[in-house]
Write a protein that binds this ligand. Structure first.
Ligand SMILES: Nc1ncnc2c1ncn2[C@@H]1O[C@H](COP(=O)(O)OS(=O)(=O)O)[C@@H](OP(=O)(O)O)[C@H]1O
Length: 319
């Protein structure tokens, strides 16, 4: 009787299994390539679809790779909201004040990470706390956590910024039913033309002093300065520069930035189906009245600080 040779059968099975293995691995590698291609070719419109297609397990909280450190009243919220339109950027919604306050800093890095939004590995997390910029302790703490941290500062003409800061203090005190001396009385020392550099709304405008303490830890190439005055009226060119600084593709486009006549500012929308989201009433509100002579005295007092800042950064602003 004819006997089928067993070794031949085993040999055939082995070859077939090998072929099946090659086929399976080819199929998976194709799928992976396609998935990666999807991630790279996406536009903002299909971000949610891609996120759904990627395993949810991949989403986790990550420490920020970029901080918007200030300046207070420079346009930090609008900048963060505009950057959050980018599919490769995730923004922490609230100001965390991790580095500038001892009580929060002592909670540790794990606590800080917990304050961050969920993100995929290809996304960059950004946190903004304007109090970081003038804080003496913050640059070293940030450096110790991540010496490669990307830092963004958005600067605005310092006289207007000071008035905006004072206006915020005015409304905060109003809520507590407290009054506030006139702008000229708190900004200058006892009726002189010497600015009170200890008064916070003034101090926050001495950009040169604050930037110097950051430059003790980070090279200028790691610090990107946004022109806040330009950003307020025409955000896209400034956003393009930030995208380049962050090494992400230019994906924020003009259809996401919608001018709001009533607000007098741009509002933001992630996709065409959503209504634009404008910043709250405390952003872009009418400032407290300040006489033109007080403004002029303040402008002159800021000049030497501005000049030293321009020398430090090798760039001039029109203030
Ligand atoms: N798109 C858009 N919408 C609203 N407001 C805008 C926008 N772009 C820039 N700005 C300017 O942002 C200023 C508030 O700055 P900040 O967000 O840094 O303020 S804060 O420090 O967080 O309180 C705010 O300052 P004020 O006008 O003095 O209120 C605005 O001038």
């Amino acid at each position: 009787m004819y006997r089928f040779p067993l070794h031949f059968l085993l040999y055939t099975c082995a070859i077939l299994s090998l072929l099946a293995l090659v086929e399976i691995s080819f199929f998976y590698s194709n799928q992976k390539d396609e998935q990666q291609y999807e991630i790279h070719k996406y536009s903002m419109e299909d971000e949610s679809a891609i996120n759904e297609s990627v395993d949810f397990e991949l989403k986790k909280r990550r420490l920020p790779g970029c901080l918007i450190i200030g300046a207070r009243k420079g346009g930090t919220r609008a900048l963060l909201d505009a950057l959050a339109l980018h599919p490769m950027i995730r923004a922490a919604r609230r100001e965390v004040h991790f580095f500038d306050r001892n009580d929060t800093f002592s909670r540790g890095i794990a606590w800080y990470k917990d304050q961050m939004p969920l993100s995929f590995h290809h996304q960059l997390t950004i946190e903004k706390t304007p109090a970081y910029f003038p804080s003496f302790v913050t640059p070293e703490r940030v450096f110790q956590m991540n010496s490669k941290m990307k830092i963004i500062v958005i600067l605005r003409e310092p006289v207007i910024r000071t008035i905006s800061d004072y206006t915020q203090v005015y409304y905060n005190r109003l809520e507590l039913k407290k009054s506030l001396p006139l702008f000229g009385e708190v900004v200058f020392r006892n009726g002189t033309d010497q600015i009170d550099t200890d008064y916070k709304p003034v101090r926050n405008s001495l950009y040169e002093i604050h930037l110097r303490s950051w430059l003790n830890y980070f090279p200028l190439s790691q610090i990107h300065i946004v022109d806040g005055d330009k950003f307020g009226i025409d955000p896209l060119p400034e956003l393009r520069l930030v995208e380049s600084f962050l090494n992400v593709p230019h994906l924020i486009n003009s259809s996401s930035l919608v001018w709001d006549q009533r607000k007098g500012f741009f509002c933001f929308r992630k996709n065409q189906r959503q209504p634009p989201h404008c910043l709250g009433d405390s952003k872009g509100r009418t400032h407290r009245p300040v006489s033109s002579s007080t403004r002029e005295n303040l402008r002159k007092a800021f000049l030497p600080y501005n000049e030293r800042l321009f020398a430090l950064i090798g760039r001039r602003f029109r203030w």
